[in-house]
Design a protein around this ligand. Structure first.
Ligand SMILES: [Zn+2]
Length: 292
């Protein structure tokens, strides 16, 4: 018997088979690489998706859909096509009923940040631009030029996949994008587009804890990633950012790689302008964990 165990234990093929079998059930956090545990399962009637399993990181609390993570590229593509076809060409966004109001606020805040001189010169990108309303508003109101990118868009005024060159963009805006990323590779791909001192503008939902509730409004069929403050802080540090600001009215974060001393005085001055609460910015040497 002892010999039998020893034989199994030293047979390389069997060991790798055993490891693969067990690894299949183990998924590490795509943010901090700590182990995850099963968190929630939800049944989606929409698009005949069926049961979606979410797992939660034991360290940073980040929640991800294991089901979306394990989909093939073709399955994922197919799901997104169906989703987009639901509201394409309309002013209604099922992900965000207050979309138009937020878009308006976001245009005004990005315009303000640009006027404050906080966005480095170079190529700017609205990644996940949808039908381009935000980039168009920025052009009309502030004469700001943004490249627009939307996955699998054929529009001539949009960047192609080839245009997404790593290190190209000195300002990258992504609104309602990060919750759609289903893997570390997707996340890295987004951040790799940034130039050395590039500023990242982000709108996504961030919470202190992800609700353990199958009826939570944010559990949509195309949402894969759910960020906690801690997960964002870890990502922020991994990607080399030093300080950030948050504007409540537009629900926008701006992440900076420049030293805090280069950003903080400008923000303090901006907050003294008597332009009202709408144009108020919260500064932090780290990720602004506003939603607690
Ligand atoms: Zn984690």
């Amino acid at each position: 018997m002892a010999e039998f165990i020893m034989t199994i234990g030293t047979e390389p093929g069997l060991i790798s088979h055993y490891l693969k079998f067990n690894l299949h059930y183990q998924m590490n956090c795509v943010i901090c690489n700590s182990p995850t545990k099963p968190f929630l399962s939800k049944n989606f009637i929409q698009f005949d998706l069926g049961k979606i399993d979410y797992v939660k990181c034991v360290n940073c609390g980040f929640v991800i859909s294991k089901t979306h993570y394990e989909m093939t590229d073709a399955e994922w593509e197919n799901l997104n096509q169906k989703w987009v076809s639901l509201y394409q060409g309309s002013d209604f966004n099922p992900e965000d009923p207050r979309w138009m109001e937020r878009l308006n606020n976001q245009a005004n805040i990005i315009g303000d940040i640009a006027e404050l001189g906080l966005l480095p010169a170079g190529d700017w990108l609205d990644y996940g631009a949808g039908d381009g309303k935000l980039a168009d508003a920025l052009k009309q109101r502030f004469n700001l030029d943004f490249n627009k990118y939307e996955h699998s868009s054929n529009r001539k005024d949009y960047l192609s996949d080839e245009g997404l060159r790593p290190g190209r963009f000195s300002f990258l805006l992504n609104t309602s994008v990060m919750e759609h990323l289903r893997s570390r590779a997707a996340l890295d791909g987004l951040f790799d587009l940034m130039s050395k001192n590039g500023v990242m503008g982000i709108h996504t939902l961030v919470m202190e804890n992800i609700p353990h509730d199958t009826e939570w409004f944010y559990l949509l069929s195309v949402h894969c990633s759910f960020y906690t403050n801690m997960a964002m802080q870890i990502l922020f540090e991994q990607k080399g950012y030093t300080c950030s600001i948050y504007n409540v009215a537009s629900r926008l974060w701006f992440w900076f790689k420049q030293p805090a001393e280069a950003i903080k005085p400008a923000i303090e001055q901006a907050n003294k302008r008597n332009k009202g609460e709408f144009y108020h910015y919260i500064f932090k040497e780290g990720f602004v964990d506003y939603w607690k």
